[in-house]
Design a protein around this ligand. Structure first.
Ligand code: PLP
Length: 395
């Protein structure tokens, strides 16, 4: 009885649930501490203490009807003002609260953007490997997702293939930096070339092609790496940001959209995005969390914890002979499967109680993803198991 569009989504969800259930089963048999679960991108680092203090203070001291009431669909003006101010300070921009719409995390930000710009049948392009939810988001608005094959040398976007695929039907391009699942940060050179290609196609089409920068991992960059500010490269850019990882608040569902004045027809685009939030039933982002964000706008979770995890896991795995991309940001490690069928490799790793996600879940078979947002102790304890796994494949 369910809608046609939902059938594929339900089938895919069963695969994710099966993985989740299998992890739970292993933990029940062997004990939580003896299962090395690198499958989920759920932050293990606590939110900063200031977040908790802000929640208490807001509940104690602010007017309850304001804290819990309806508001403008775009969100509290004071919160959007704080977001704009923080961006201006960091990226030398001149946004105002009008350029910011508070969202229910990055997932809703992407949906609001796509609902705002996409007509049925229009194409959205993204780059493998990619966060598979993009497919569902694009289908929500009857668009078509085209996936550019991976550049397995660098895992920067494959721009030669991209240039070939852009067409008069292309309406938007989604990028994600720092990147899930590879941990790569898109370089200045990548963004310059990518946007040059897009500008050329825009001219050919005579209509805008929007660049959507999905940035839930912006705050997680290592070795002092700089994550370039994408609107600096291309005028028709939307930014979808989230505090899910930056402040370890994924369950609270809070983020924002940036729509710069440089975006073509920006007044109408901002108006449409504001209405999209309402008609999609989100109405507005959670009010308490908006007020928390306003106070904690420049806070971050303990990024050094993830960096330390990254160092241990990357050094350990490469030491055993596994081929890995060194993550520059986010909290994922992308590893080449020692056999062509990475699903078989993922199955074999379970013998040693190691749980990973196959690359085909990101449209990039032959690789696996390890989420290292786990305790440092888990990483240390997993080393012996990875050593045995390496031995099994004669590395
Ligand atoms: N985009 C990417 C690449 C992600 O990895 C995630 C979550 O893991 C999201 C978007 C959605 O994030 P949020 O929790 O802010 O909706």
């Amino acid at each position: 009885m369910i809608a046609e569009k939902m059938k594929a989504l339900v089938a895919n969800n069963s695969a994710v649930r099966a993985m989740f259930e299998e992890g739970a089963k292993l933990k029940a048999i062997y004990g939580e501490e003896n299962v090395f679960d690198f499958s989920l991108g759920n932050p293990n680092v606590a939110p900063p203490e200031t977040v908790k203090e802000a929640i208490y203070d807001i509940l104690e001291n602010e007017e309850p009807t304001r804290v819990h009431g309806y508001m403008s669909n775009a969100g509290f003006e004071t919160t959007r003002y704080a977001v704009a101010g923080s961006l201006n300070k960091r990226f030398n921009t001149s946004y105002t609260e009008h350029n910011i719409i508070m969202s229910v995390g990055a997932g809703s930000a992407l949906n609001v953007i796509l609902k705002t710009i996409l007509n049925p049948g229009e194409e959205v392009i993204t780059f493998a490997p990619y966060f598979l939810e993009y497919g569902g988001y694009v289908r929500n608005y009857d668009g078509q997702l085209t996936v550019v094959p991976a550049d397995t040398e660098t895992f920067q976007p494959n721009l030669d293939a991209f240039a070939e695929l852009l067409s008069e039907n292309t309406r938007a391009v989604i990028i994600n930096t720092p990147h899930n699942p590879t941990g790569v940060i898109y370089s200045d050179e990548t963004l310059s070339r990518l946007t040059r290609i897009m500008r050329k196609q825009e001219e050919k089409n005579g209509s805008p092609i929007f660049l959507i920068s999905d940035e839930p991992y912006r705050a997680l960059a290592y070795d002092g790496a700089v994550v370039p500010w994408v609107p600096d490269y291309y005028k028709n850019t939307f930014v979808a940001y989230s505090f899910s990882k930056a402040l370890s608040l994924p369950g609270e569902r809070i983020g924002y959209i940036v729509i710069p004045n440089q975006v073509e027809d920006h007044e109408n685009v901002i108006a449409a995005a504001t209405i999209a939030t309402r008609v999609m039933g989100m109405v507005n982002a959670p009010s308490l969390m908006q007020l928390v964000i306003e106070r904690c706008i420049d806070e971050k979770c303990d990024v050094a914890y993830y960096e330390n995890n990254r160092n241990q896991l990357y050094n350990g795995l490469t030491g055993f002979g596994f081929e890995c991309v060194k993550p520059e940001g986010a909290f994922y490690l992308w590893m080449k499967s020692p056999i062509p069928d990475e699903k078989e490799f993922v199955e074999a790793a379970k013998e040693f109680n190691i749980l990973m996600v196959p690359g085909s879940s990101f449209a990039c078979p032959g690789y696996v993803r390890l989420a290292y947002c786990v305790s440092f102790e888990t990483i240390m304890a997993s080393m012996e198991a990875f050593g045995k796994l390496a031995e099994k494949y004669n590395l």
